[in-house]
Design a binder for this molecule. Structure first.
Ligand code: DHB
Ligand code: MG
Length: 222
């Protein structure tokens, strides 16, 4: 049996049985694909996981670094209470345009703001723009930025802030500094920074499924 096919089939099984996907989330994937965005959204099962983590943590404010077409954005926004708010940072105007459409169609335009421009320019201005320290932060942007995104994320965190980062395993290449994959040195630096930081408790969950083999970093600020 081809293990990768099994991962996909099992992902589809749980997606169907647990009714993970719905019309709104499926329509976002379709729209992103039609617009030619790279198909690098989180799997539906993992979008639902992000929703559950944010909901379980009781997050009233969510920050996303890397909007893409707004797929994970909408999953996370669904976890917000009525008076909750979310900021999502996106460098590409094309991606931001599509994401804003998807966010509007999902009914979250009053709670979610797409902030355009390089995240490293937006992040230091969030508090002065009136945002509170965030309860939940999802990092899923250019991997060479992860170390600096972590630093900036910690600057807008407080005790209890949950930090989740996508793509920290990269088909296992994370343990091979010479893998040739460009993201690996940056991910390893990101992990080193966490290793040396006593102010955040962390673990990693490796994932398989329709998006292959990767993993999420999970952390909580002490
Ligand atoms: C890539 C980025 C992602 O965030 C992801 O989940 C998968 C792949 C990429 O840039 O290749
Ligand atoms: Mg990702």
């Amino acid at each position: 049996m081809d293990l990768k096919e099994t991962w996909k089939d099992v992902d589809a099984y749980f997606n169907d049985e647990l009714k993970v996907s719905d019309e709104v989330t499926n329509s976002i994937l379709k729209k992103n694909e039609e617009a030619g965005l790279p198909p690098i959204e989180v799997a539906a099962t993992h979008g639902k996981m992000l929703f559950l983590l944010a909901k379980m943590s009781g997050a009233g404010s969510i920050l996303e670094i890397g909007t893409h077409g707004g797929y994970s954005t909408v999953w996370l926004a669904r976890a917000l209470p009525k008076d909750g708010l979310m900021a999502t940072l996106e460098v590409s105007d094309q991606h931001a345009d599509i994401a804003e459409d998807n966010i509007r169609n999902a009914g979250f335009e009053d709670q979610v703001t797409v902030i355009r421009g390089p995240a490293l320019e937006s992040l230091p201005k969030l508090l002065e723009r009136g945002y509170p320290r965030f309860d939940f932060i999802f990092i899923d942007a250019n991997k060479d930025g992860y170390p600096e995104y972590l630093e900036e994320a910690l600057n807008v965190s407080t005790t209890g802030t949950v930090i989740v980062a996508d793509n920290v395993v990269r088909q296992g290449r994370v343990i091979d500094p010479d893998s040739g994959e460009k993201s690996v040195p940056h991910i390893r630096k990101f992990i080193d920074m966490l290793s040396e930081n006593d102010e955040i408790e962390t673990t990693v969950i490796q994932t398989v499924g329709r998006k292959g083999y990767d993993g999420f970093l999970l952390g909580r600020v002490k």
